[in-house]
Design a protein around this ligand. Structure first.
Ligand SMILES: Cc1ncc(COP(=O)(O)O)c(C=O)c1O
Length: 431
């Protein structure tokens, strides 16, 4: 092995990363120098860096690792499949069995079509909705995230939001024409959303919504009102369940909130931490994805879509969740609620205003008094102060990135105690 391949220190490895990877980042987030670490491996609720330090992980791979890192049944399934071939670009047993299990769990699903990621699934679902309705526009909610494609990166994180229903791009490089096909509504405001849907019905193919937007739960009646408005106007309702699928309940947000959309999209948990995504829906709509239709249908393909390693990891993950649903879901909710309450109590005791919107397994911390119902309600929060607290916690072995906290079945009471003790010390340091 060359010296180049064996870094002496973590700092040296980070320096090498800066040379060959823009911003030394693999996503839109990079840790600042005083906190940055390089991950070597992960197990259960913990990450381990190349210097041998461990961190209680609340990023959890941005959500897929609901059973914790390296669950033995998932590892065994992946190892077995890897020896039988990494990918085939053709229908395979693992993909069929995963599709069957998803159809059995998801209320709106009679069929599923696999993609390479959650973002590819939302992109494909929007194309399918356009093809099915013969209309061009889509409506999304301000602050909602559906992946990194051009239609999704509209009004997800606007610093200065324009008036509704105007969309604004979140990234350089998105063609102006995209903004003309995307309408934006405020989350949790069914009256405004229904008004926009009605006004644009002739051109509107679909409404896409995270049923639980980032960390904001739907207010009672909001999703049902969207369902009604879409039905009345012949517009398809798409639930983006990339985050909520198999996490809020075995049947995801559709089961948890009791509203069934026309189409839904999946990623993360359904592929056990491996690359994958899926569109789910009724046969009457999904049939447009049948390649036999050729140019009359919807073209959607990807080298790794439905690959057997991802499908094996997803199957193993879902089988554990289905088998242990009576204990896993209550535990996820219990842990998340106790952690959110514990953090909120520590902040409140220091008279720091705090809101912790969320539902059991996912929540977020905003340092503000104002309750949060939609994206605009979050704009006044002191992100910088909470970010400093997160970094101080990370230096004490608890990894938070300032965004959503993802809890897993592998987090223990001991993790909870250590997390709150790190939060106490971080508050002492940053106050
Ligand atoms: C709600 C939601 N939809 C879609 C995506 C995109 O999924 P992927 O990152 O697999 O493309 C994400 C990713 O975080 C998400 O949170």
């Amino acid at each position: 092995m060359t010296a180049q391949a064996q870094p002496r220190t973590q700092a040296e490895l980070l320096q090498r990363a800066r040379e060959v990877i823009p911003g030394a980042a693999i996503s839109t987030e990079a840790l600042p120098d005083d906190t940055a670490f390089v991950i070597e491996r992960a197990q259960g609720s913990r990450l381990y860096d190349v210097a041998g330090r461990s961190y209680i992980d609340y990023v959890m791979g941005s959500g897929p690792m609901v059973l914790g890192h390296g669950h033995p049944e998932v590892v065994a399934a992946v190892q077995e499949q890897a020896a039988r071939g990494a990918t085939y670009f053709a229908i395979n047993r693992q993909a069929i069995e995963l599709a069957e299990l998803m159809v059995s769990a998801i209320p709106c699903a009679e069929q599923v079509r696999f993609t390479g990621s959650g973002g590819e699934a939302t992109f494909g679902a929007l194309r399918l909705a356009r093809a099915y309705t013969g209309r061009q526009k889509i409506l999304k909610f301000e602050g909602g995230y559906h992946g990194a494609h051009d239609y999704a990166l509209m009004s997800s994180t606007p610093a200065v939001p324009p008036p509704f229903p105007q969309a604004i791009p979140d990234s350089a490089g998105i063609p102006d024409a995209i903004a003309e096909t995307v309408l934006v509504a405020p989350f949790n405001d069914s009256e405004t959303a229904a008004g926009i849907i009605g006004d644009h019905r002739e051109h509107l193919a679909a409404v896409i919504v995270e049923p639980f937007q980032r960390s904001i739960p739907p207010v009672p009646g909001f999703l049902a009102a969207l369902r009604d408005a879409c039905r009345r106007n012949g517009v398809l309702l798409i639930f983006d369940e990339v985050v909520t699928g198999f996490r809020f309940a075995w049947g995801g947000a559709q089961e948890r909130y009791g509203v069934t959309p026309d189409l839904a999209t999946y990623g993360k948990i359904a592929f056990g931490g491996y690359a994958g995504g899926a569109i789910a829906g009724p046969k009457e709509m999904m049939r447009l994805l049948d390649p036999a239709l050729r140019a009359a249908g919807v073209s959607l393909t990807g080298t790794l879509s439905g690959n057997p390693v991802s499908a094996a990891a997803g199957l193993a993950t879902l089988r554990v969740l289905e088998r242990e649903r009576a204990t896993i879901y209550p535990r996820l909710y219990d842990y998340g609620e106790r952690l959110a309450r514990g953090i909120a109590d520590l902040l409140a005791a220091r008279r720091i205003p705090v809101q912790t919107p969320g539902e059991g397994p996912i929540f977020q911390v905003y340092l503000q008094d104002r309750p949060i119902r939609d994206y605009r309600d979050t704009l006044g929060a002191s992100g910088a102060r909470w970010g400093a607290i997160c970094r101080a916690m990370t230096r004490r072995g608890v990894f938070l990135n300032g965004g959503k906290l993802y809890c897993s079945a592998a987090h223990s009471d001991d993790d909870l105690r250590q997390t709150l003790s790190a939060a106490t010390a971080a508050l002492d340091e940053t106050s």
